[in-house]
Design a binder for this molecule. Structure first.
Ligand code: 2NL
Length: 333
């Protein structure tokens, strides 16, 4: 063996030792890959050493070749073991950071529920939808025409007074009933018509246990050829039966500018007559206002306050409880 051969062997051993130490110190897969390129790549130190083989005694060449392969395999083995170790450490760290502790107590989320006003609206609309009515809605800001004029309110009707109605600076107003939506619907549709209209309405009112300046109304309207007061009575009877059960009901004569004749309807509950709704046959002037011929078409309408209905049904003593968001109250429904 020549001195040159011994020199190359020791160079190869030095490469192996340096690589081993560097691999042992590596902490990431990226660094490890850089080391692979550095020690086993084409431009690495081993091909460089082998390049010097030309000067060797030919008899020694296989020995150096074999040694170079041993070193390559040893480095490759170190790289593989280190890669496996780094990968499993990575997986382990991820498992630990993403672990779910199934014994932790859950986050308490209170159960929500439907507000009694919305529950009442849903119940009423379900009944009318069951009788073939369509639900319609419309704007809360209205013109004098839709709120009063088209509904046959005379120019000096007290409801038009500043005392009773909330007017806006531009002369528009906040609707005092949802009949405005029915006028708009009739303008845009031909008979037969059957609609149920829920919505917020506004009156200039002093708030007390039974009054609110903002409240909810539902009105129904049916227009067709040959509708009579009997159809109105039957419809109201079915509605009240579904709402209250088989209690006695009575119709009392009343007046509304937009119906003729008009009636109020009471339900007898625990020996007392409770006023529930107003209704009537649509006034011919209202039909004319929307361009329907009152000689061909007749119709009936009814309306009631949702708050009052909810108060009767749930025996609520003060309308303000419906707006105060007091969970001790709301949790009862
Ligand atoms: C009540 C009574 C009522 C109507 C509303 C109505 C609508 C049109 C034509 C005719 Cl477009 N009538 N609606 C009819 C009778 C009574 O409401 O006491 N509301 C709180």
């Amino acid at each position: 063996m020549t001195a040159q051969t011994i020199e190359l062997e020791s160079q190869l051993d030095a490469i192996r030792q340096e690589a081993q130490a560097a691999i042992a110190d590596t902490e990431t897969l990226d660094q490890l890959e850089q080391l692979r390129v550095k020690y086993l790549g084409k431009k690495g130190p081993i091909p460089q050493v082998l390049g010097g083989m030309g000067k060797l005694d030919p008899a020694d060449r296989p020995r150096i070749g074999a040694r170079a392969n041993e070193v390559k395999e040893a480095i490759q083995g170190d790289l593989d073991r280190k890669r496996t170790a780094l990968q499993s450490a990575q997986i382990q760290a991820r498992l630990e950071s993403e672990a779910i502790d199934v014994t932790m107590p859950g986050v308490f989320r209170p159960q929500g529920r439907v507000h009694p006003l919305n529950g009442t609206i849903d119940q009423v609309l379900d009944i009318f939808v069951g009788m073939g009515y369509t639900v319609a809605e419309g704007p809360e800001m209205e013109t004098d025409y839709y709120n009063f004029e088209a509904l046959n309110f005379l120019p000096d009707h007290p409801a038009r007074d500043m005392q009773d109605t909330l007017y806006l600076p531009d002369g528009n107003l906040l609707r005092t009933h949802t009949s405005t939506v029915q006028i708009r619907y009739m303008e845009n549709n031909d008979p037969p018509i059957r609609i149920a209209v829920p919505g917020r309405v506004y009156r200039r009112d002093t708030v007390d246990a039974t009054h609110s300046a903002v409240f909810n109304q539902i009105e129904i309207l049916a227009i067709d050829e040959g509708l009579t007061f009997t159809d109105l009575k039957g419809t109201i009877k079915v509605f009240l039966q579904e709402m209250f059960g088989d209690l006695p009901i009575r119709f009392r004569p009343s007046f509304f500018p937009f119906t003729e004749p008009s009636a109020e309807v009471d339900v007898k509950w625990k020996g007392r007559w409770l006023e529930i709704l107003g209704c009537g046959m649509v006034d011919p002037n209202v039909l004319k206002a929307v361009g329907y011929d009152p000689e061909i078409y007749t119709g009936f309408a009814a309306g009631f306050g949702v708050e009052r209905l909810a108060m009767v049904m749930h025996q609520i003593d003060d309308i303000r409880r419906l707006y105060s968001s007091d969970l001790r109250f709301l949790n009862q429904f």
